[in-house]
Design a protein around this ligand. Structure first.
Ligand SMILES: Nc1ncnc2c1ncn2[C@@H]1O[C@H](COP(=O)(O)OP(=O)(O)O)[C@@H](O)[C@H]1O
Ligand SMILES: [Mg+2]
Length: 303
């Protein structure tokens, strides 16, 4: 299963708070455990992935957080410097030009320059970084749509020249289903499910990035069956400990029933392969959640 979710560029997209960073890190870890060399890139929340593994984040260089698993924050400032150095070749020239206040103010004024630099660096990392897979914790819904739409807008708006060529190369990568896949992360709840339907439509109709799976995170365990319900009913109501346990199980069953309503709706409205990820109840911390999900992703049969 994990291999079917992987391409050289794996984009993990979704509404904030649905488990996007956790899923990106778990996908990366599952692939790294199979011996691949993985870079998990953060474009939004600066440094959450490094922090998950107890490391300080970096915008300058990849930080190894587990064997074969590296992470880096792609921040516009650092991308600008790197891009300029790539083109200008001399740090002295870079300093002269880009540390000049007027030039800095000017680069802030160029619309979408930050986005273009960041996505350009992403393309560069995929092409030349020596990674088996670059996994991206992508910006939340609206910003993500703009970011991935940008190369298409630029190639259509700018007739030729270096800007057009850069954008065209990025666009070619983003639209190539043998090199790129975007997974959508959601929860089986009303608002995330609605937003995921919109996100799916926008990505398919406007952006044109190849879509992979719908990762439905934080599901409660499957519904209780008739026999289990009967057994629960028989639990001595006189024993308060058992009554509490029964209440917990009934609560979880009710939550799962609620989630199944949205699972069914998502199955109808978001026609992607679904990967169901259950809530991890027994992890000591967030890193433990990532590790458990990576194990489950690695163990699941191909489908
Ligand atoms: N399957 C899961 N089981 C338990 N906790 C989870 C699971 N998925 C995510 N979480 C927790 O939910 C919280 C939000 O996840 P995070 O990945 O940071 O969301 P996002 O990046 O979408 O904002 C974190 O505390 C994370 O550990
Ligand atoms: Mg996050």
């Amino acid at each position: 299963m994990i291999e079917s979710l992987a391409r050289p560029l794996v984009l993990v997209e979704g509404k904030g708070g649905v488990g996007k960073t956790t899923c990106a890190a778990a996908l990366g870890l599952a692939l790294a455990r199979r011996g691949a060399r993985i870079l998990v890139v953060e474009l939004v929340q600066k440094g959450h992935v490094a922090a998950l593994f107890g490391r300080a984040p970096s915008t300058r260089a990849p930080v190894e957080v587990a064997p074969g698993l590296y992470t880096q924050v792609f921040a516009p400032e650092a991308c600008l410097e790197e891009y300029a150095l790539l083109k200008l070749h001399f740090r002295a020239a870079y300093k002269l030009i880009f540390q000049n206040a007027a030039v800095r103010a000017l680069t802030r004024l160029v619309p979408a320059l930050d986005e273009l630099l960041v996505i350009g660096k992403l393309e560069h990392a995929v092409r030349t970084g020596g990674w088996d897979h670059v996994v991206v914790d992508a910006p939340v819904t609206g910003e993500g749509i703009l970011l991935f739409l940008l190369p298409r807008v630029i190639t259509e708006a700018v007739a030729g020249g270096p800007l057009h060529d850069d954008a065209a190369r990025i666009r070619a990568l983003l639209e190539d289903s043998s090199r790129t896949v975007m997974h959508l992360v959601t929860l089986a709840e009303e608002l995330p499910a609605e937003e995921t339907e919109e996100l799916h439509r926008a990505m398919r109709e406007q952006v044109g990035v190849p879509l992979g799976a719908l990762l439905v995170d934080r599901l409660f365990p499957p519904r209780l069956d008739a026999r289990q319900i009967e057994l629960l009913g028989d639990l001595a109501p006189s024993d308060p400990a058992l009554a509490d346990a029964r209440a917990v199980l009934r609560f979880m069953d009710a939550r799962r029933a609620h989630q199944e309503k949205y699972l069914a709706r998502l199955a109808q409205r978001v026609p992607l392969k679904r990967v169901e990820l259950e809530e991890v109840f027994d992890a000591p911390d967030e890193a433990g959640v990532v590790s458990t999900l990576a194990t489950r992703l690695g163990a699941a049969p191909a489908s």
